[in-house]
Design a protein around this ligand. Structure first.
Ligand SMILES: NC(=O)c1ccc[n+]([C@@H]2O[C@H](COP(=O)([O-])OP(=O)(O)OC[C@H]3O[C@@H](n4cnc5c(N)ncnc54)[C@H](OP(=O)(O)O)[C@@H]3O)[C@@H](O)[C@H]2O)c1
Length: 379
């Protein structure tokens, strides 16, 4: 189990104000250890990364290496702007090629992260060439017949799909993945009837250029200069605003509606009531979410902590006495989603409501890691 330096001081089990175990961590056996090199092997599939120069594309390279993903060859693809750029990866030099319709000949698995329009244009081309596509964009998430998968939640949705057989699998929206990593184990235990989510979303969710702009603006504001606003229409440094995705006629933006619709598809239950408010905050990496859950049957704080502490891919930081709960910095560069502030909803007379606070690295578990875990199901 890996933890950042900031977490390490909290590893000892302590007792919170209510007598709940304050911090609960999972046994190391549930995680894979970091390794130095990805596993190049003649038996592995030939793979391609579409959008390799972007925030998610770069994370793909790290995650493939960290998880010893077996591969026989790798192709790095991006736009013509990046063609010729070189990356040192797994002990060899790789040159970025321009993505074209012939890029997928002989490729068995393609990890797409170049935006919805590129996925719409090239994912079927790749699939028709026999390449199995794992797509990070929203292009196919709600398409009938396209599995939408969080491996810890609905791995069986992959069915009989395999590397080199064609087909498209969608990676859910990052905020949906982070929410459902925490909510699904509780849903299985006590059946969620209603979920109310408020998000605090990092710049990196909008790609590398948004991170660059937040850094630039922070410098500019501290130096008393007007902030550059090329990616977002507002000052982002020292500010927050409603998520930048398009607003729908019902007053919900697309990010909020993705959380509603994707949860219904992943859980296979459209009768769960869900509402979301998605906000961009000036954090560089890792999303946070406040989640209120209403259940069909009562569930105590102790049972909820127990359920979450046994859930794969979830770690708990829940130390009331030290006021120590998950932060985006705890979650940054980590595989797990961190859960804390587990408490009974006091607005209810019964024990059928819980509040949680959740943090997860949305470039990692919300995108690259989740997609690589899906690719592992294809081997
Ligand atoms: N960032 C996140 O946390 C996150 C989470 C979940 C899902 N996603 C999804 O993942 C995708 C990528 O996001 P990102 O944050 O990595 O964006 P990003 O940092 O802006 O990277 C975009 C990538 O797409 C490539 N690209 C753009 N136009 C292209 C073209 N015409 N042909 C080939 N490649 C092209 C870019 O290549 P050049 O460098 O050559 O322009 C770059 O590699 C999006 O669909 C996003 O919604 C992102």
């Amino acid at each position: 189990m890996r933890h950042c330096e900031r977490c390490r001081g909290f590893l000892a089990t302590r007792t919170g104000l209510s007598g709940l175990p304050a911090t609960v961590y999972k046994p190391a056996a549930s995680r894979r250890q970091l390794s130095i090199r990805a596993a190049k092997t003649a038996d592995g599939p030939s793979i391609a990364i579409v959008g390799v120069t972007g925030a998610v594309g770069q994370e793909f390279l790290r995650v493939l290496k960290d998880r010893d993903f077996p591969y026989s060859s790798i192709k790095l693809l991006a736009s013509a702007r990046s063609a010729g750029r070189e990356y040192e990866w797994d002990g060899a030099r790789h040159t970025v090629e321009e993505l074209t319709e012939s890029s997928f000949s002989g490729v068995e698995i393609a990890l797409f992260s170049a935006g919805g329009s590129i996925s719409k244009k090239f994912a079927h081309v790749a699939s028709d060439a026999g390449c199995t596509v794992v797509d990070n964009s929203s292009a196919f998430r709600m398409t009938e017949g396209v599995p939408l998968i969080i491996p810890e939640v609905n791995r069986d949705a992959v069915g009989s799909m395999k590397a080199g057989k064609g087909g498209i699998i969608a990676n859910p929206n990052c905020s949906t993945i982070i929410a459902l990593m925490a909510a699904t184990p509780l849903h299985r235990a006590a059946k969620v009837k209603r979920m109310v989510v408020s998000t605090y979303q990092a710049a990196s969710g909008a790609g590398q250029a948004a991170m660059d702009e937040l850094e630039l603006q922070t410098r500019e504001v501290l130096e008393g200069k007007p902030p550059t606003t090329k990616i977002f229409p507002f000052q982002y440094a020292f500010n927050l605003f409603s998520h930048n995705s398009p607003m729908g006629p019902n007053g919900y933006n697309e990010e909020e509606m993705k959380m509603v619709k994707e949860t219904h598809k992943i859980w296979g239950e459209s009768d769960v009531a869900i509402t979301a408010t998605c906000i961009r905050v000036p954090i560089m990496r890792a999303h946070a979410e406040s989640i209120n859950l209403e259940f069909e049957r009562g569930i105590s704080e102790e049972e909820a902590v127990e359920v979450l502490s046994n859930a794969p891919g979830v770690s708990i930081i829940n130390d009331r006495s030290a006021n120590r709960f998950p932060t985006p910095l705890d979650a940054s560069h980590q595989d797990d989603v961190y859960v804390g502030r587990v408490r009974r909803d006091i607005s209810r007379k019964d024990d059928k409501g819980l509040d949680l606070f959740v943090c997860g690295d949305q470039i990692k578990k919300g995108a690259a890691l989740n997609a690589v875990q899906i690719a592992e199901l294809l081997l």
